[in-house]
Design a protein around this ligand. Structure first.
Ligand code: ADP
Ligand code: MG
Length: 272
């Protein structure tokens, strides 16, 4: 059993990488479930119209279910759409559904279009009797208004990197976007955490990519790496995170270790 403490302040991380298929959604739901297993109260905001994070957390999100779309476009309070995951009393999700696919365009003509998520989160946090320890936002791969809303609402950028060729491609673009958001919309935003995912230690390439990322971002990279694992990839088809699906598998153990590091490091990347 690992001892971690939660200081009672809500950390908001946006899980971002402008590449698709690098493990953003997988990392969001499994880190969230792992933090809940450590005793933290966590909410996942599913900002991807595909709704994969909602699915993996066992959250119904058909077209008639109130979703983050209603929050962003119709001004619903977040409280009206948040559901508890069947996995844990400490794990919550604001689901996405199919309507969110249109939100990118509908947001364009909205008042304060970049701040709508932030406003909803601020109101929600102020209304809670029991505070949340973490909010994790699962972003779509594109830099549209949904991602900009996440960057405006969060303090920390959490970047999963797949240990494969071209892993670093697009990274300078992401960092440039973070800078732009810092300057114009959210001075607090910073890259706090990098997690190496789908690591296959048998390949030289994976080791080289890991070394290169550690060289460039020694402060931000977690020590723990997430191995490539079939258990991780099959869990969502059971509407579960790997923490619930097979808690003793290598993937679940790695996600729990990564979660411990994140909780202990605090928002600036240094050990508490
Ligand atoms: P993104 O959200 O960045 O598009 P996903 O989290 O959906 O990426 O992951 C892309 C695919 O890779 C999914 O099919 C997922 O199940 C699989 N995957 C993610 N992490 C792992 C892992 N550690 N081992 C094996 N498969 C993984
Ligand atoms: Mg995704």
């Amino acid at each position: 059993n690992v001892e971690v403490s939660f200081p009672g302040r809500t950390r908001i991380l946006t899980v971002s990488n402008q590449k698709g298929g690098v493990g953003k959604t997988t990392t969001t739901v499994n880190i969230a479930a792992a933090i809940a297993s450590l005793g933290g109260r966590v909410m996942v905001i599913d900002l991807d119209p595909q709704g994969n994070a909602s699915t993996a957390l066992g959250i119904p999100h058909s077209a008639d279910v109130p979703s983050i779309y209603d929050v962003l476009i119709d001004g619903f309070p977040l409280d009206d759409v948040v559901q508890q995951s069947p996995e844990s009393e400490l794990l919550f999700c604001a689901p996405s559904n199919i309507h969110l696919a249109g939100a990118e365009i509908e947001l364009v003509t909205q008042v304060a279009r970049e701040q709508r998520l932030k406003t909803a989160i601020d109101e929600y946090l102020a209304s809670l009797a029991q505070p949340l320890d973490f909010i994790l936002i699962d972003c779509p791969p594109s830099l549209g208004l949904l991602t900009i809303n996440a960057f405006t609402a969060a303090e920390e950028v959490f970047l999963p990197i797949q240990c494969e060729y071209y892993a670093l491609e697009g990274l300078s673009q992401l960092l440039g976007n973070v800078k732009m958001i810092q300057k114009h919309l959210n001075p607090k935003l910073h890259l706090s955490t990098i997690l190496l995912t789908m690591y296959d230690g048998r390949t030289k390439l994976a080791q080289q990519v890991a070394d290169e990322v550690r060289e460039h971002f020694s402060q931000e990279v977690l020590r723990t790496m997430i191995p490539r694992s079939v258990r991780i990839s099959e869990a969502p088809s059971f509407g579960q995170t790997v923490i619930a699906y097979d808690g003793n598998s290598a993937g679940a153990i790695a996600y729990r270790e990564a979660a411990v590091e994140i909780v202990r490091r605090g928002s600036n990347g240094e050990e508490a």
